[in-house]
Design a binder for this molecule. Structure first.
Ligand code: MRU
Length: 346
């Protein structure tokens, strides 16, 4: 299976609209940075690595949106556009990381044409590196899956969340290809159901045996001895190894510790933010109450109820057994290991 979450061709961004899956396969053709930014806010594309690539191409589109600018004016406008694009989803650091890389790549360019060329080349490099990182994470992470085992995962960390086969789900794909993995349990991942709608869709397409559970069944499943390890992705990892990921990840990590089950996190190093000492400093996106009060456009809660809807939580590093990256598996203490993998040459 080769799902393409995002493509860039002839100055257009093509996104597989993830809000319509699995019922409909709709590819959106986007022409402006603003359209891509709105698609990011509305989670038509989502997942940390895919957000980085989408943000990068949004900036490429922005570079074409005014004619007759001097190079300084263009650079100034790009800085403003990057600010706006970066604010669309604040927790996934890949978004601002990619935008910063593009701005840096275009810094010394002498003409508007050279700026545009530098931006495009850097965006394409980020996409290529993500594909390679997915492949390498799979190879490093698969040996952590005990032969013949069942693994629990959360949210969607697959092809839809990246530009290749995924981070945590990519590790599971590789483990499946190697004949190690027997079964995947995926949570439905309330409120937006990335597990039920997207991970289940990817697993069914690929023919990997999988079972969908409601989020609150995870503890019972672990207690019954049916889970060998938990494998999740992340939106940002602080320098000390604290992990921000989809709301409910922390709950899974606590449950895993209680049941003596390893808890693994798979990320490209672009998700590691060494500038933040701990998870306390990670900005957590809060989203609209309607995501909780409504399912598929139908109200399921009375009007007037107050809602708290954080999209992510932070799992303290002491609950994390290992972090799988494209440059190898990092074990505690994380400070040193994360620094090492982040300084590996690209
Ligand atoms: O709100 P989402 O769907 O963008 O959240 C996605 C996640 O939490 C993923 O686990 C994370 O981005 C890793 S994706 C490879």
């Amino acid at each position: 299976m080769r799902v393409k979450s995002i493509e860039f061709r002839e100055n257009r961004v093509y996104l597989l609209d993830q809000t319509r899956l699995p019922q409909e396969t709709v590819v959106l053709e986007l022409h402006t940075a603003q359209e891509v930014t709105r698609a990011i806010e509305e989670m038509r594309i989502r997942g940390a690595p895919a957000l980085g690539v989408a943000g990068a191409y949004a900036l490429v589109l922005a570079s074409w949106e005014q004619e007759g600018e001097e190079v300084d004016q263009l650079q100034q406008r790009l800085n403003e556009a990057a600010q706006e694009i970066g604010e669309a989803r604040p927790t996934a650091v890949n978004l601002t990381w990619a935008l910063r890389r593009l701005l840096q790549a275009a810094e010394g360019a002498a003409t508007p044409e050279a700026v545009r060329q530098a931006l495009l080349e850097e965006a394409q490099a980020i996409q290529r590196e993500d594909e390679e990182a997915n492949r390498l994470m799979g190879l490093h992470g698969a040996p952590l899956v005990p032969p013949g085992s069942a693994v629990l995962t959360h949210c969607n960390t697959g092809a839809l969340a990246t530009t290749a086969h995924g981070t945590a789900l990519g590790v599971l794909r590789t483990a499946w290809q190697q004949g190690r993995l027997r079964h995947v349990y995926t949570t439905e991942t309330r409120p937006l159901l990335q597990g039920a709608r997207l991970t289940s869709w990817e697993l069914v397409q690929e023919g990997i045996p999988a079972t969908l559970i409601v989020d609150s069944a995870s503890g019972a499943l672990m207690r019954q001895g049916r889970v060998a390890c938990v494998m999740v992705g992340a939106d940002r990892i602080a320098a000390n190894g604290d992990v921000a990921n989809k709301i409910g990840t922390y709950t899974l990590a606590v449950l895993a510790r209680e049941h003596g089950i390893p808890f693994y996190v798979a990320v490209p190093t672009s998700t590691v933010d060494l500038s933040l000492p701990s998870g306390e400093d990670i900005p957590i996106e809060e989203r609209a109450p309607q995501e909780v009060t409504h399912v598929g456009g139908q109200a399921i809660a009375p009007e007037g109820i107050e809602v708290y809807n954080p999209a992510f939580d932070v799992t303290p590093h002491r609950l994390v057994s290992a972090i799988i990256t494209e440059w190898g598996v990092v074990r505690p203490p994380y400070q040193e290991g994360l620094r090492r993998v982040c300084s590996s040459p690209r």
